[in-house]
Design a binder for this molecule. Structure first.
Ligand code: THU
Length: 141
């Protein structure tokens, strides 16, 4: 595993350990590296009003944006297994907002990285900022 991927894996595993998932008992961690090389992590945060809960990916993206980042360079999602914890549909769209089609999203369990997908594979023919004529994202735009 490359040092960069190891950093993402460790950050996601740390976030997973802090997940708030008392209802599903399904803790998830996510970590991403932004265009500046900074790592941002998030975990799922559930709620007694179930639909209000948020996914790990949303937390990691919020942390990036709050930290001034605007571009996802690489991402990793880590869940309990044994099934692959691929991002849910809504999170695929959230990722797409800050990641081009060629960006890699790794999927891991607490032991190892198990699969890798491009954003294009997760969300084909996606609707993104460019569809609105939005300018290309700059790291701090
Ligand atoms: N979950 C995530 O945080 N990310 C995913 O990619 C899949 C699902 C969370 C949402 C909920 O808190 C729990 O996992 C079970 O669906």
């Amino acid at each position: 595993m490359s040092p960069e991927l190891t950093r993402l894996f460790e950050a996601a595993r740390g976030a997973q350990a802090r997940a708030y998932a008392p209802y599903s008992h399904f803790p998830v961690g996510a970590a991403l590296r932004d265009a500046d090389g900074a790592i941002h992590a998030g975990c799922n945060v559930e709620n007694a009003a179930y639909p209000v809960g948020t996914c790990a990916e949303a937390g990691a993206i919020a942390a990036m944006v709050a930290g001034g980042g605007r571009v996802i360079a690489e991402m990793l999602v880590l869940g309990p297994g044994p099934g692959l914890v691929t991002p849910c549909g809504a999170c695929r769209q959230r990722i797409r907002e800050f990641a081009g089609p060629g960006v890699t999203v790794h999927v891991a369990d607490p032991e190892r990285v198990r699969a890798a997908f491009t954003v294009a594979a997760l969300l084909p023919d996606s609707f993104g900022p460019d569809n609105l004529g939005a300018p290309a994202r700059a790291p701090h735009a």
